[in-house]
Design a protein. Sequence first.
Length: 197
Amino acid sequence: MSKVLAALAVSVDGYITGRDPGAGRGLGDGGMLFNWYFDGDTPSQVFDGFKLSAPSARVFDALAGRVGAIVAGRNTYEDSEHFGGGSPHPRARLVVLSHRPVPEITDRQTLVTTGIQDAIAAAREAAGGKDVGLMGGGVVTEALKAGLVDEVILHQVPILLGGGRPFFQALPEHVRLRLVEAVPAPGVTHLHYEVER
Ligand SMILES: NC(=O)c1ccc[n+]([C@@H]2O[C@H](COP(=O)([O-])OP(=O)(O)OC[C@H]3O[C@@H](n4cnc5c(N)ncnc54)[C@H](OP(=O)(O)O)[C@@H]3O)[C@@H](O)[C@H]2O)c1
């Protein structure tokens, strides 16, 4: 069975955006969460234009290479200007999870309105045996609640943003994690956890 992983750039105080994210405003005042994608000299083998430090490139490309489909929450989809009608990942189809119709959806994207289980099932189908990536704190939390997350990766950037959208929202019970790898790199520390079952 393919794995489900949530790998997001996050501040030390747990935010995946700064204040006031949105279409045309990116991550709001938290844009520096993505600086490590571009502040090195090792080109990504998966994402054109990304130049990372050598340790970040190893971690990033290993994860990106596993992903065959992405489930993104409606907020991520809207704030990212619908990913231009395509996907945030050059090799992975986008599944958008929402409770409501999405008039802008294209035939290169899939809309699911019936919940996280169905969204992850649709992504698994599209991924052709590869893994499924999650995007958006709401979606990650829904998937954790449903017991569907296998791995959580924090690309932790050394800043306290003080506000924004959280990586994790309230959960009804504890979720135990096991540290697989911790990789310090320039401008970011990669913390890779497995969800214990
Ligand atoms: N730092 C990073 O690496 C990173 C990565 C990804 C995204 N982001 C940013 O994170 C922000 C979005 O995160 P977020 O936590 O606010 O939102 P999100 O997870 O992207 O989207 C949440 C929305 O998804 C829909 N949804 C969630 N669970 C659902 C369910 N079970 N059934 C149906 N619909 C469901 C709902 O939309 P409706 O009810 O409105 O339909 C909900 O309001 C964006 O600004 C994005 O750019 C950052």
